[in-house]
Design a protein around this ligand. Structure first.
Ligand code: CU
Length: 189
């Protein structure tokens, strides 16, 4: 291999690596993000009839892939119907049980086709006995597909593109090091 061949090979691998790294990072950053929630994260509400999540773009209405679960302090489910998609807003009606901390578990398909998910909590402190406590459901209300807890790996997988990009970036750096070493060695010979 001549010096010119080495340089050409190095430049080619650098170019391919950079393109792949950029593509990976772009894919990962294209997910929709959760911009607003009602109730707000960490807030305390006196009453609640629905949970509404607003995303940065319109999630895809893929059948069975949109999940909102409202889990009470007794681990029962207090959403009362399947989620409704309306542009960037995904909402579910809910009727809460006793006072305490409730967790909202959600999953949607980002407008770029990747599932994204998350959870947050809010507190429920009803005013006296004005609102009767709902009984809740021992199972997620929206069918067997709506088990958001089993979707945790999907949430991790959503950032795979970024890690692939970073990995390729690291490989490129190693390649540059090896290439420089080979060049220095070739020059010496
Ligand atoms: Cu994505």
């Amino acid at each position: 291999m001549t010096l010119r061949h080495r340089l050409t090979a190095l430049a080619a691998s650098l170019g391919v690596g950079l393109v792949l790294a950029t593509a990976g990072a772009t894919a990962a950053s294209a997910h929709d993000t959760l911009e607003n929630t009602d109730p707000a994260k960490g807030s305390t509400v006196k009453s609640l009839s629905s949970v509404a999540l607003t995303f940065s773009a319109d999630p895809l209405g893929t059948e069975g892939a949109t999940i909102i679960q409202v889990i009470g302090p007794d681990k029962k489910y207090y959403e009362t119907a399947c989620p409704d998609l309306n542009g960037p807003v995904v909402s579910s009606p809910a009727a809460l049980g006793g006072a305490g901390t409730y967790e909202v578990l959600w999953r949607v398909v980002s407008s770029d086709g990747h599932p994204i998910s998350g959870s947050y909590t809010f507190a429920y402190a009803p005013d006296g006995t004005a609102t009767p406590a709902a009984a809740g459901s021992v199972k997620p209300v929206c069918g067997p597909a709506a088990t958001a807890t089993t979707e945790a790996p999907a949430a991790g997988g959503a950032d795979t593109g970024l890690w692939i990009g970073l990995g390729i970036g690291a490989v490129v750096l190693i390649g540059v090091g090896v290439g420089a070493w080979a060049l220095a060695r070739g020059r010496k010979n």
